[in-house]
Design a protein around this ligand. Structure first.
Ligand code: AMP
Length: 965
């Protein structure tokens, strides 16, 4: 029908035009290929070319636009519309598309491809031929029927051809296809129509394509961005949130975003997703780590192989599990190797300094694979018998600390004196507390020495003058040894820089001179023993008197005070009187220490070798270095040397050797001493380190006692010690003997020659054995009862009927006391053994040695009671000596009291209290010397006047000691 209205001359021309279109399409296809990305972003709503059936658009008036079929270059039919009413004026030919549903689109692209005939090439059309057409659209929510009302259309543009063609062009086969694109929008209705208004041109509308643009779904940075319709404006960017692909997560504070441009391009990626722990990125997805690999964090890029001593059997692991016995500390990242607790510290050695113990060790051989090894110390205090250990408690100080030690040493302070401790040193690292395997530690067991004294108490200002202050105080509750002096520290209270001065005193009083009048001073006092200084007592503030004060202290002459003083003195004398009595009574009440280990006689063993190995440690001879010979024993030489046991500090030792060519009996007797000594563990009993029985020479290794035997040591240092020091030695021997007697061991040969002295003047009982002890003793002689006996040291019942008991040891102890107080004098001097036995039988006893305090001589006499039940027990002896040490004034020797008598034996009925030469001496002995003037003023000028009461006379007799027994 359209062909009917076309000019015959124009028809072929338009057909040819279609052929040209075919050529053009071919070229266009080439463009599509290179513009794939571009086209891929388009969503086509209408493509006339794609439709092969009739388009059936509305054309009005009917003789206007005409639908014509053609073929493209592939001979595919295409549908086109043509119009060419160029001859008639006032053309108004409309062509309207079918309704186009716009979907999500807001901005619609309309691409027109058309050819347009050049009016100049058409003869006779001037004034009527046009070279443009108009493009319109109408928005509706649905189809509106096939009627066409011009006024409902909105004009989009007038479309002119860039290229028009003439008849002649056809021969040249030049491309005259025009492509024009227009954009409409934003659209708000569901759909629209496009309309083409021809006003008298010769046009072939080859194709109409309507589309909008989209950003197509994409995975970028492990995030998926969905299909996104572009914005309504040319310049708008639509922001789109990405969703992480599976097993990926958003990077912290950096969620993935992209922007969809109006051109359908994704622009400006922001943020990203990353593969979760246990997964790694492969292309646009996250894949699990393989077995034996892990990825601990999403931040890591790659999976890593399991670190040392760890494994995993699953894919997608964020960490690897530790092998058995290996651990990972809470702070360990999964990337580090699994580790284990360290082995025990090595070569633990100790050093005891009174009540402090220092430990030193080497790092463990195996640190467990870590470099955070520290050390901790576990302290336990152990009882001797039964052997039980309890934690040390909070009173023990650790320096620098108890745990978390970085260095390989520690010092424990404030331990109890003479107590057994066990210290375990454990190396720990970051995984020690996770391990359930057995703890590995190095341990030492230690016996502490003497403690420093406790604080002095009851500090009293006795006399305050303008320039001096006299103080007195009580001895510490726990002297823990012999107090040799006190230190009084003082300073002016108001002095800024607090310069201290010190004064020392051997007694429990002191006068501090050269003070300033009317000045406040602060005093502190502490005691000193062999173990060192104790802690200071609390501060005491005293102000000296004013200078101008010249008046006499009236109260000093107050008769009431004098009477009180005399009464106190009388009481003290009375105490002296009762003292001996009470002691006598108390001795009878002695109780054996319960729960003490019992001594086992090695002779009860069928095989003496078994006894040795039960009680003595077998030492490796390579640990012993013999240095020099120091003495001769019955079985061979005694040498000094060094012992270095694994894990212990090298110590000095005495080594008793068994001479070559010994008989089996000699060997047994020699080792018997070790079997006995090995059962003892006390600070005042010489300590056995061990024996060497599996090599030659056979050896007994004993702690080294630097000062050798006590008798020769005292002879060498005649008169050089204070009474307190001597009593300290005696106290040690008594403590050792108390321990032995509590164990049920009877020494039988207690004598100063069998006591050893170390460098700290600590005395230790030594020389143990059975029959051989006495055989070995040069002092032992054969008695009428048979057997060798050291007569001068032995109790009468032991001499007479070999009744050796702890009570006979007490007798010997009394002789040792005498030996000590007389600096190694031979008991009974040059009397014969027979004379000694006789004299003792007759009741005579050794007199007090020179400068011997009466109390001590009294104790000796008590030890020499004929009735052994009346003798004190060692426990009581220790108690009495402790009291004396705590009250050193009771040890003050009245001058001339104990002068060695010309006669070998002393008739002790003579009271020696009267040997005080004056009241002053006597008061000094009883710590009342400050009242000397008061006594004189009160008429007590002579000793007689003071001691004239019968009670006092008795007191002097008892104090002086025994009489003939
Ligand atoms: P003994 O065999 O016990 O009589 O010892 C002989 C001598 O060796 C003694 O008199 C001491 O001088 C000396 N001696 C014995 N044991 C020791 C020791 N542990 N430390 C130092 N010297 C000792």
């Amino acid at each position: 029908m359209a062909s009917r209205s076309l000019s015959p001359s124009l028809t072929p021309c338009l057909w040819i035009t279609v052929s040209v279109v075919c050529v053009c399409l071919q070229l266009l296809c080439g463009h599509v290929a290179c513009g794939d990305a571009q086209n891929a972003r388009e969503v086509i709503l209408l493509d006339s070319k794609a439709q092969q059936t009739d388009l059936e658009w509305i054309s009005y008036p009917p003789n206007g636009w005409e639908e014509i079929s053609g073929l493209d270059e592939n001979y595919t039919p295409i549908r086109t519309y043509q119009v060419c009413q160029v001859m008639e004026p006032n053309q108004n030919n409309w062509l309207r598309t079918n309704w186009i549903e716009k979907g999500d689109a807001q901005r619609i692209f309309v691409e027109l491809k058309f050819t347009l005939r050049d009016c100049n090439s058409l003869p006779g059309v001037v004034g009527t031929c046009k070279e443009t057409f108009n493009l319109y659209y109408q928005e509706t929510d649905s189809e509106v029927g096939r009627s066409l009302r011009e006024n409902q259309y909105v004009k989009i543009d007038t479309i002119a051809a860039d290229e028009s063609f003439t008849q002649g062009d056809l021969g040249e086969r030049k491309m005259k296809l025009n492509t024009e694109e227009r954009i409409i929008g934003p659209l708000s209705r569901r759909g629209f129509y496009l309309a083409f208004q021809d006003v008298g041109a010769c046009i072939a509308l080859v194709s109409v394509k309507v589309y909008y643009k989209k950003c197509w779904s994409i995975i970028e940075n492990l995030a998926t961005f969905p299909d996104t319709v572009t914005g309504s404006e040319f310049s708008s960017l639509v922001e789109v949130e990405g969703v992480c692909v599976s097993d990926a997560e958003e990077e912290a504070d950096n969620s993935p975003k992209m922007h969809c441009s109006a051109q359908g391009e994704w622009l400006v990626p922001i943020g990203k997703c990353i593969c979760k722990a246990g997964f790694h990125q492969k292309g646009d997805s996250c894949e699990p780590c393989g077995r034996g690999f892990y990825k601990s964090s999403s931040q890591d890029l790659q999976c890593s192989r399991c670190p040392a001593h760890s494994f995993n059997d699953l894919e997608g692991s964020w960490r690897c599990d530790c092998e058995d016995g290996y651990y990972r500390a809470f702070s360990d990242p999964p990337s580090v190797a699994c580790t284990r607790p360290p082995s025990a510290p090595q070569n633990l050695v100790y050093n005891i300094n009174q009540t402090s113990v220092s430990l030193e060790w080497n790092p463990p051989a195996d640190t467990g694979g870590r470099n955070d090894v520290t050390y901790r110390v576990i302290c336990r205090r152990c009882t001797w018998e039964p052997e039980e250990c309890v934690p040390c408690g909070p009173n023990v100080g650790f320096s620098p600390a108890q745990s978390g030690l970085v260095d390989t040493f520690v010092t424990m302070m404030d331990l109890l004196a003479h107590a057994n401790y066990t210290f375990e040193v454990e190396a720990v690292n970051g995984v020690s507390d996770l391990s359930r395997t057995q703890r590995l530690f190095a341990a030492v067991s230690i016996a502490t020495g003497q403690a420093a004294p406790s604080q002095v108490s009851q500090v009293i200002k006795e006399k305050v003058q303008q320039r001096s202050i006299q103080l007195s105080w009580q001895e510490p509750q726990q002297p823990n040894g012999v107090i040799t002096e006190y230190e009084i520290k003082y300073y002016e209270k108001d002095q800024k820089d607090r310069v201290y001065s010190t004064v020392r005193s051997k007694s429990t009083s002191a006068t501090v001179n050269n003070l300033k009048p009317s000045t406040a001073y602060v005093f502190q006092i502490r005691a000193f023993t062999e173990a060192g200084y104790g802690t200071y007592c609390p501060r005491l503030e005293i102000t000296t008197k004013e200078e101008a004060t010249g008046r006499m202290a009236a109260d000093e002459q107050n008769p009431v005070i004098i009477i009180a003083v005399v009464a106190v003195a009388g009481t003290i004398i009375l105490v002296f009187m009762v003292f001996g009595f009470i002691i006598g009574r108390r001795y009878a009440l002695a109780v054996k220490f319960p729960g003490t280990k019992t001594y086992i006689d090695p002779e009860t063993y069928e095989d003496p070798n078994r006894a040795v190995h039960q009680f003595a440690k077998e030492l490796d001879a390579s640990c012993i270095k013999i240095e020099r010979v120091i003495g001769a024993g019955e079985f061979g030489e005694v040498c000094s040397g060094r012992l270095k046991l694994p894990g212990k500090r090298e110590v000095s030792v005495a080594i008793k050797t068994l001479k070559v060519g010994y008989t089996e009996k000699q060997r047994r007797d020699f080792l018997c001493e070790a079997s006995i000594m090995g059962q003892f563990d006390h600070p005042n009993v010489v300590h056995l380190e061990g024996v060497v029985t599996r090599g030659k020479p056979v050896m007994i290794v004993i702690e080294y006692m630097e000062n050798g035997s006590l008798d020769s040591f005292l002879r060498k240092h005649d008169g050089q010690f204070t009474v307190i020091q001597l009593v300290g030695m005696l106290r040690g021997i008594a403590a050792g003997m108390r321990y032995l007697s509590d164990m049920g061991y009877v020494h039988r040969d207690l004598a100063a020659r069998n006591i050893l002295v170390n460098s700290n003047l600590v005395c230790k009982v030594s020389d143990f054995g059975l029959s051989r002890v006495i055989d070995d003793d040069p002092e032992a002689v054969y008695t009428t009862t048979g057997g060798k006996i050291p007569v001068r040291w032995t109790a009468p019942e032991a001499i007479q009927f070999r009744k050796f008991t702890s009570a006979s040891d007490v007798w010997s102890y009394g002789i040792v006391m005498w030996e000590v107080m007389s600096y190694g004098e031979r008991p009974y001097w040059d009397m014969s053994n027979q004379d000694v036995i006789k004299a003792i039988e007759e009741g005579y006893r050794l007199p007090a040695p020179m400068d011997c305090p009466p109390g001590l001589h009294q104790l000796m006499l008590d030890c020499w009671q004929k009735d052994r039940a009346e003798r004190p027990k060692f426990d009581q002896i220790v108690g009495i000596l402790d009291k004396m040490i705590r009250n050193p004034n009771t040890l003050k020797t009245p001058v001339g009291t104990c002068t060695r008598p010309i006669s070998p034996l002393l008739d002790q009925s003579t009271p020696d209290f009267t040997t005080f030469r004056s009241v002053g001496e006597w008061l000094e002995a009883i710590k009342m010397e400050r009242y000397r003037d008061n006594f004189t003023a009160a008429g007590y000028g002579s000793l007689e006047s003071v001691t004239k009461t019968p009670d006092q006379r008795r007191a002097t007799v008892v104090t002086a000691g025994a009489t003939k027994m």
